[in-house]
Design a protein around this ligand. Sequence first.
Ligand SMILES: [Zn+2]
Length: 154
Amino acid sequence: MLDQNMALRKVFHSRMPVNALPIRMNHNDLVNQAWAARDHAYAPYSNFQVGAALLAADGRVFLGCNVENISYGLTNCAERVAIGAAVAAGVRKFTSVVVVADTGVPISPCGACRQVLAEFGIPVVIMANRSESLEMSLSDLLPRASSGILDRPE
Ligand SMILES: [Zn+2]
């Protein structure tokens, strides 16, 4: 099913094109930075560590890791932590985001994160585990993210 999706590009790390992204930062660099951020994950409850690397339009990279909370519900995902760091630095335009974890298949953002990625119009989402990565458009991960959301009956 996924193979039929033209927007989905499956990339094995060993064959990754150097210029996969239209910026100075290449795909492997961004994936590696996400893995480094993952090392800082605060995940004492699930022991499930996630890292994210968010590439801004100006070439800067903002990192995130998951930050759990004893209440569970207050846990912040790596992608949203990276976005928060970028916004706090005054950055709101992004090219892509990488999310990585030690999973059997490349990890994909949760529904809440997809909505937050949509808030900032981040067009490319790269999902990776230790052996492969998948690149998808946000519009395929979350179609019609905000269609009609502010429409209200008169
Ligand atoms: Zn999430």
